[in-house]
Ligand binder design. Structure first.
Ligand code: CP
Ligand code: NVA
Length: 311
């Protein structure tokens, strides 16, 4: 297996197009071997991974912990506030100490800049397990799922409905642009993707001749869509803005009527957790279009690839 170019995985922009494709191929390999009954593949050889969480998690925590175990490593779940970090020890000092004990860090943080600081003072790989800016590990599972369901990635059209500044969307947008996936984002005024993310994505999309569109009308955005994707309207850390966000995003709900305007064989995706009744109705997330459970499962397989190639 080839190692990745950078020490860390903080952003999809840390990966080249080839590395992104390679990660998906290795994920498929791990998934195949898992289904063939090979539960433990000892690529970590007893290496230890610290998993620091500043916010709650179900999928990321469990899939990483199980992935590390199934790769022959040892995972330590560390709540941010239970570490001395919670009492004010600096991120830099924490990074220096952890680098002496473990072989890698998986971290979910409120501020992306804290992750960058953690990585810059660590001599070991740091993996983004979600920040306010990005969720690259989620994107890898999303891409593997699309690849499995559609048989290809290039030329697929993803429509994202909801908050254009969403962390999950940022990573999906950057990755789509690298792989020639068309992406259409329906979002209200004031919720457009960050200029810096859009610029990076547009530059990659130009190389493939793929398109990125940011529009207002969900009904227009879903035309010709192979994939409809959404995420919560209120992300972790945005609770104080809840009332305003719900009001602004209320027209950006994925309903059965909306999904029927897309391609006949469209699939519905959501990183989860979902706020049922807000960004998506039960009839969609539980309906024939939904691939959300396969998508959640794929976190396990793609994270194995990340761990194997970084550690
Ligand atoms: N999709 C995802 O990252 O879920 P958790 O917040 O449960 O980890
Ligand atoms: N945008 C959501 C994703 C959760 C996996 C959040 O940050 O809360």
């Amino acid at each position: 297996m080839r190692k990745l170019k950078y020490k860390d995985l903080l952003s999809i922009s840390d990966l080249s197009e080839e590395e992104l494709t390679y990660l998906l191929e290795i994920s498929k390999l791990f998934k195949g071997r898992y289904y063939a009954g090979e539960r433990v593949i000892n690529v970590l050889g007893g290496k230890s991974v610290a998993m620091i969480f500043q916010k709650p998690s179900t999928r990321t925590r469990v899939s990483f912990e199980v992935a590390i175990h199934q790769l022959g490593g040892y995972a330590l779940y560390l709540n941010w506030n239970d570490l001395q970090l919670g009492r004010g020890e600096t991120i830099a000092d924490t990074a220096r100490v952890l680098s002496r004990y473990v072989d890698g860090v998986v971290a979910r943080v409120l501020k992306h800049s804290d992750l960058v600081e953690l990585a810059s003072h660590s001599s070991i790989p740091v993996i983004n397990a979600l920040s306010d800016l990005e969720h690259p590990c989620q994107t890898l599972a999303d891409l593997l799922t699309i690849w499995e369901k559609k048989g290809r990635l290039e030329g697929v059209k993803i429509t994202f409905i909801g908050d254009g500044g969403d962390n999950v969307l940022n990573s999906l947008l950057l990755a789509s642009a690298k792989l020639g996936i068309d992406i259409s984002i329906a979002t209200p005024v004031g919720y457009e993707p960050k200029e810096v993310i859009l610029k990076m994505a547009e530059s990659d999309a130009r190389k493939h001749g793929s398109t990125i569109e940011v529009i207002r009308e969900p009904e227009v955005a879903v035309r010709g869509a192979d994939v409809i994707y959404t995420d919560v309207w209120v992300s972790m850390g945005q609770e104080a803005e809840r009332a305003r966000r719900i009001a602004d995003l209320s027209k950006y709900k994925v309903t059965v009527d909306l999904i029927k305007l897309a391609k006949e064989d469209v699939i519905f995706m959501h990183c989860l957790p979902a706020k049922r009744g807000e960004e998506v109705v039960d009839d969609v997330i539980d309906g024939k279009w939904s691939v959300v459970w396969d998508q959640a499962e794929n976190r396990l397989h793609t994270q194995k690839a990340v761990l194997a190639l970084l550690l």
